[in-house]
Ligand binder design. Structure first.
Ligand SMILES: [Zn+2]
Length: 77
């Protein structure tokens, strides 16, 4: 029977870390854990990828809504 208990970091912690909104206090244990744990590294990579996709989508949305507002104000004239 294995007595090795590995404590992993949940996705929301990895998400905060990837977004840079994790406090330095919480970053310490995670940064110690990451080099040792391939599972959390892989999940962190996926979270980072997801954040990039969401940011790109939000930027695109912003461009589109700005364009719409621009067209509306031209209409108003
Ligand atoms: Zn882990």
């Amino acid at each position: 029977m294995s007595t090795c208990i590995v404590l992993h970091f949940p996705d929301d912690v990895l998400e905060k870390y990837a977004m840079g909104s994790l406090s330095n206090l919480d970053c310490g244990p995670l940064e110690e854990h990451l080099p040792l744990c391939e599972d959390c590294r892989t999940r962190l990579m996926k979270v980072e990828e997801y954040i990039l996709v969401v940011r790109a989508a939000l930027t695109e949305l912003e461009i589109h809504s700005n364009a719409r507002i621009g067209a509306q104000s031209v209409f108003a004239l």
